[in-house]
Design a protein around this ligand. Structure first.
Ligand code: SAM
Length: 334
């Protein structure tokens, strides 16, 4: 078992954003895949304790009291959590601005419709390769056919938006850049191409990063030129439109060549109830006991305390800092 350490301060005196507006809940740190840039193998240990449904409800109430307006369920693999549908149903009652899930889609064939019916609006699907052999290699044993059936189920369920997240690794899947984009566009899915970040196992792939600029150059024949634009309240991705169809676009997420920490309004909650103000450090504090006690106000106070620990985003350069290598993406909620 690994344990996430509790409290060290590397904070700026004043966080740039006054309070968190968006949160990622690592519903579970368990995952059925072991992507080469995320974890070393499938048996690298899980957290000892996890919040149950009731505690998650209190946690979310506290987060909303503290100002959070957008919630994304992630992990680990959030669809492995037995209560993922009730959690979404609960979130749907809160009048939030956004409720979304990031998933590897291995369980989406079964869960897409129940999740949609429970109020889920948007889904991000992580899929790095359309080649079954390469997919199995990059995920250490994942089955592409299962994931593709999950994608079809998501399309049939009628979500407001489906995005594809593909982490691009040099000499692994970089030859698939155009295929991933065209495949997504053909299905009304928004493709997003991610640089490998030096977080967790990604720290061992520093010499195989394909930068967003390189990806963009390779896709130049498909895309408009000019400045890639961020979408308001939609995270760090920057988008370029398709050259021949303004309804299509490609997103680039540059956690390595250009960190996007300034103005970050994101908090993460690990599956054991640890509040994590930054993806690139293990700093944080636990709100587990408050959540288990049903005390949403105490959770809200803990959120405010955790937020004072948020690095300033100017002197601290996010996932390019050495502390990122020690972070478990599964544990913190990638
Ligand atoms: N299991 C879910 C999934 O696969 O989407 C959610 C958790 S996963 C940690 C969330 C996202 O983080 C995925 O899109 C994954 O590809 C990405 N990710 C994990 N480690 C990364 C790294 N070192 N660099 C860039 N992206 C990474």
């Amino acid at each position: 078992m690994y344990a996430l350490p509790v409290l060290q301060t590397r904070s700026s005196p004043e966080a740039a954003v006054q309070r968190p507006r968006s949160v990622r809940l690592s519903l579970t740190d368990r995952c059925d895949l072991a992507c080469i840039y995320c974890r070393p193998h499938r048996h690298d240990g899980y957290l000892d304790e996890r919040l149950d449904l009731e505690a998650w409800q209190t946690m979310v109430r506290g987060l909303v009291t503290a100002g959070v307006r957008r919630v994304r369920l992630t992990g680990g693999e959030p669809l492995l959590h037995r209560d993922v549908v009730p959690v979404v149903r609960f979130l749907d009652t809160l009048g939030l601005d956004d409720v979304a899930v990031t998933t590897n889609a291995t369980r989406l064939e079964k869960l897409a419709k129940p999740l949609r019916d429970a109020g889920l609006r948007r889904v991000n699907i992580s899929l790095d390769s359309l080649d079954a052999g390469r997919f199995a290699r990059m995920t250490r044993g994942g089955r592409l056919d299962v994931v593709l059936r999950g994608v079809d189920a998501a399309l049939a369920a009628g979500f407001d938006e489906i995005k594809l997240n593909a982490v691009i690794v040099e000499d692994e899947n970089d030859a698939e850049l155009e295929d991933l984009v065209q495949w997504s566009w053909a299905r009304g899915i928004v493709p997003r191409l991610l640089e490998v970040m030096a977080i967790g196992e990604g720290a061992n792939l520093k010499d195989r990063v394909v930068t967003a600029n390189e990806m963009r150059a390779r896709l130049a024949h498909l895309l408009t030129s000019g400045e890639a634009e961020r979408e308001k309240d939609r995270g760090p991705a920057r988008y370029l439109l398709a050259r021949h169809d303004a309804t299509k676009k490609v997103g680039f997420i540059t956690g390595t060549s250009d960190t996007y920490c300034k103005g970050c309004d994101r908090l993460r909650v690990a599956s054991d109830g640890m509040l994590r103000p930054c993806l690139a450090t293990n700093d944080g504090l636990s709100a587990a006991s408050m959540a288990r006690d049903g005390d949403a106000n105490a959770v809200a106070n803990a959120v405010a305390d955790a937020w004072t620990m948020k690095p300033d985003g100017e002197s601290f350069k996010g996932c390019t800092e050495s502390s990122a290598a020690d972070v478990s993406m599964r544990g913190i909620g990638g």
